[in-house]
Ligand binder design. Sequence first.
Ligand SMILES: [Zn+2]
Length: 193
Amino acid sequence: MSETAQPASTARSSQAKDWARPCQARSYAVKKGVKQEITDLLENLIQADFPTLRSYELSVIVDRSCDYVTAVSIKRRNVTVWIDKTDIRKMNARARIGALVHELCHVERDLKKSPVRCFAEATLSLALPSIVTRDERMTDELVIAKGYGKELLAFQKYHDRHYEPYNEQDGLTCKEIRAKLTKRNSDASNLKS
Ligand SMILES: [Zn+2]
């Protein structure tokens, strides 16, 4: 994976909390419990549904008062996940999983891209927010395809309750996620009948 891979979105509306942009190296000592809990959860998710990430070293950074909820970056064989301590404590278990799976899906998608493409997207996204929008929406699609749609919806609901709601430029909205879940359920029932 390219070292130039960037931790995704900056295209969210100005007041929406950007869940994909790390703070500037602000880190605080935190109770080991929170960090260990998230590390364990991420490791379980990777073992269950992200086989391509099993060989990567995982780092978790718990931060405070960030302008994102969760974020991720990849460098060489290391995946680093940032989480906002306040948000992660406030979220219920399902929303936590939704947020973390979204970040792991970013990594999985980026690993399939060439280093040149990653670099080009990271550079062009500053001038073309539509690149970030597409990336966020396709990442949400992958979350749903992996079977974590309800968890993604729980996270979006948490976010929209506490911050300016995401819109179509930020990723899939709650309404869009609900529609996709309904369609998946309907497709699954049709297959059974
Ligand atoms: Zn994202």
